[in-house]
Design a protein around this ligand. Structure first.
Ligand SMILES: Cc1cc2nc3c(=O)[nH]c(=O)nc-3n(C[C@H](O)[C@H](O)[C@H](O)COP(=O)(O)O)c2cc1C
Length: 189
């Protein structure tokens, strides 16, 4: 299974990193990483990971400017693309089909080939443009998965919250992860 993972310049680059860490342990998955230039900047500002450490988590890496990359073409078989986090700028460019960098071009290809696109859209509060862009892409089958914390699993640390969202994202690929705490109905304490 080929999965494109992109980290763009919204806050929460740790979500993309954690998703890469989970996918690295899954033998049948090959990851293709695209870091936007603002994705790189937020990652450096928000995490203790170096760029090299993040790049080593992926099987293949690409430059955002490289519109000649194989993932820029529908003839290369990719199963899914996850953008985590997805900035409102990247969301907008996908919605209008801009395809002016490898992130929006690869997403455009995913949509035209009717493959799976998962967007961890991150902004708050949301304006009408953001909401309309998400609605338009959702109507085309895109999974809009804002990284919103859940509390029913009693997270104790930020790491617990990040992991839960990363597991829920990987769940969307149809990969069953034993670590995901699933809601099993209300029980008496
Ligand atoms: C520290 C930091 C945090 C940001 N957080 C967000 C955010 O949560 N959501 C968002 O849409 N943009 C956010 N931005 C702005 C984007 O980085 C900016 O719109 C950029 O053009 C996105 O480009 P890209 O999608 O190509 O990475 C943030 C910028 C910085 C420097």
């Amino acid at each position: 299974m080929n999965v494109i993972v992109s980290i763009t310049g919204a806050t929460g680059s740790i979500f993309g990193i954690r998703i890469l860490e989970i996918l690295k342990d899954i033998k049948e998955v090959k990851t293709h990483l695209i870091l936007s230039s603002w994705g790189k900047k937020t990652l450096e500002a928000e995490t203790n990971y170096t760029m090299e450490e993040v790049e080593q988590l992926a099987d293949f890496i690409y430059e955002t400017a490289d519109l000649g990359a194989r993932i820029s073409s529908g003839s290369f078989q990719v199963d899914a693309m996850i953008i985590a986090p997805c900035s409102m700028k990247t969301l907008a460019s996908i919605r209008i089909g801009l395809a002016d960098n490898l992130v929006s071009r690869a997403a455009d290809v995913i949509l035209k080939e009717r493959r799976k696109l998962i967007l961890l859209t991150r902004e708050t509060p949301l304006n009408t443009i953001h909401l309309e862009n998400m609605l338009a892409l959702s109507k085309m089958g895109t999974i809009i998965l804002p990284p919103m914390p859940a509390f029913y699993n009693n997270p104790q640390t930020i790491n617990d919250i990040v992991n839960h969202i990363a597991y829920r994202t990987v769940d969307q690929l149809g990969i069953i992860l034993p670590n995901l705490k699933r809601w099993d109905g209300l029980r008496e304490k």
